[in-house]
Design a binder for this molecule. Sequence first.
Ligand SMILES: CC(C)(COP(=O)(O)OP(=O)(O)OC[C@H]1O[C@@H](n2cnc3c(N)ncnc32)[C@H](O)[C@@H]1OP(=O)(O)O)[C@@H](O)C(=O)NCCC(=O)NCCS
Length: 149
Amino acid sequence: MFEIKKINDQNIEAVFKLYQKINLYNKSSVTFLETMKKPCHIGFCGYMNNTLSSFLSAIHVLDEIDIVEIGVIKQQRRRGVAYKLVSHLKKHCIKNGIRKIFLGVSENNIAAISLYEKTGFYKIGIRKNYYFRDGFSSDCYEYFWELKS
Ligand SMILES: CC(C)(COP(=O)(O)OP(=O)(O)OC[C@H]1O[C@@H](n2cnc3c(N)ncnc32)[C@H](O)[C@@H]1OP(=O)(O)O)[C@@H](O)C(=O)NCCC(=O)NCCS
């Protein structure tokens, strides 16, 4: 059974450990933990059979949300988990009058790009050489979703 809960004081450390396990590379671990503790942070995590296996982290300012990170544990990928988390965030936006969601993703991250395009985001810009990893730079694709009125 799959269940989505809000990231809160009770599960934040577990989400942080999961983040480190998934080994997302575009932000330092400390930065991510600090981000999750900010009052403007909004996050959701997914439990498969009561075991934490995924998360989505975002920042909410006025009527906009910026997705900071999304991650699903390797063993549970390609089963629609990330799709459910993004859909959940969109429902949260609709319920709370938040009209826009922004995010940035490396041009090399085909899985994430496909996910966002499947969930209704469209590309609005490119930041050249925004990411730098293992001696190589890559562009950041900026994506956007807007609540239709
Ligand atoms: C990106 C990520 C969150 C996707 O999670 P997921 O639960 O496997 O994604 P879903 O199963 O919900 O897939 C939804 C859609 O995304 C696309 N997608 C997901 N993984 C894909 C892959 N490896 N290759 C191509 N498309 C992919 C597909 O369109 C998929 O729909 P489909 O299965 O019907 O074809 C996961 O691969 C991950 O955690 N990656 C490491 C962390 C990361 O890169 N985060 C993004 C930072 S911006």
